[in-house]
Write a protein that binds this ligand. Structure first.
Ligand code: TXA
Ligand code: MG
Length: 310
């Protein structure tokens, strides 16, 4: 299947919602100011929040970026295409309207056949990146299925915009974001590319205390949140939603929304489970967090933000 027509739509200034392995993105030509402005409108997102630029391959980094650290190249070579966004110092092609006025730009090569096909077709007609946030309204849960995309933003799109169906997202949580502008990498948002994977790949230690406050919109409170109130590691009562690893039994009367058998599956089904709770009109969802490091850290990070409410 080729994405020639979708690439053409992007070139013409339309928005294209597309699948990636993490979550679905809402894409526009990263050099088209008007098209990018529509992303912010459709999402209801503040303009100073930067967008990730999705590129076809590692070869396209230098089109947008200056000063590429060796360790950043090592990370890109190892984990792209994949669930990892790298933050670089921008060059003049990455304009204020995609970086939120910051001097840095985030890049990612997604690992999904449809996304890669679309990016390659875009490149052939002179679109060097697709700027795309997650395809949800600002502050909501990211969509991991095409139905969730339609539910979130379908009514805000216009006739020339497209929604591509690539099946359920394989990872299910947003990419790991790594700041590559300093001498050592810094994790800005945890994800499926974990601290130990980054350390092993680069041979550098990541200082935990550095992994704190930055201008990532996902770092604000009130994010990744469903309508239901999320209670973490609480006692679930009758009529409340319940999400936990399969080994944990459902409290009497609670409504089981997911029973993942592994941490990977937990990440993959979490957002759909939260949406199911909203569809069922549940006021409260109790979530028993997974313990441990790696992807479990990313799951706990999103749950903590979701529990702040909207
Ligand atoms: O997995 C993902 O990253 C998905 C898929 C579609 O690629 N995208 C995604 O985009 O989650 P979004 O916009 O929902 O979240 C990206 C985060 C935002 O919190 C944004 O502030 C941050 O990345 N970000 C983007 N550029 C940045 C930069 N230059 N410096 C710091 N943070 C940046
Ligand atoms: Mg988002």
């Amino acid at each position: 299947m080729s994405q020639i027509d979708s690439a053409r739509a992007i070139k013409n200034g339309a928005l294209v919602a597309f699948p990636t392995e993490t979550v679905y993105g809402l894409g526009a030509d990263a050099s088209n100011e008007k098209a990018v402005a529509r992303i912010y409108e459709v999402k209801g997102r503040p303009h100073d929040h930067p967008l990730i630029l999705h590129i076809a391959s590692i070869d396209d980094i230098s089109y947008w970026v200056k000063n590429i650290n060796d360790y950043a190249m090592t990370l890109a070579r190892n984990f792209w295409p994949g669930p990892m966004t790298l933050i670089f110092n921008r060059n003049e092609r990455a304009e204020d309207f995609v970086t939120g006025g910051q001097e840095t730009v985030g890049l990612r090569v997604p690992n999904h056949a449809i996304a890669l096909d679309l990016l390659q077709e875009c490149l052939k007609i002179g679109v060097h990146a697709i700027a795309a946030p997650s395809a949800n309204r600002f502050g909501h849960v990211s969509p991991t299925t095409v139905d969730a995309v339609r539910e979130e933003i379908g009514s805000y799109l216009s006739d020339q915009d497209l929604i591509l169906d690539g099946g359920p997202s394989h990872v299910g949580l947003e990419s790991t974001i790594i700041d590559c502008t300093a001498d050592a990498p810094r994790i800005l948002r945890p994800g499926a590319i974990t601290q130990s994977m980054i350390e092993e790949c680069t041979g550098m230690r990541i200082n935990e205390s550095n992994n704190s406050e930055i201008r990532v919109s996902g770092s604000f409170e009130k994010h990744y949140a469903p309508n239901a109130q999320i209670l973490i590691d609480a006692q679930a009562h009758a009529g409340q939603g319940f999400i936990a690893l399969a080994e944990i039994p459902t409290p009497i009367g609670a409504i089981r929304l997911a029973s993942p058998n592994s941490i990977d599956e937990y990440a993959r089904v979490l957002y759909t489970a939260l949406r199911d709770g909203d569809t069922q009109g549940l006021a409260t969802i109790v979530v028993i967090q997974p313990s441990g490091v790696g992807l479990a850290i990313a799951i706990r990070d999103r749950l903590m933000r979701a529990s702040k409410g909207r």
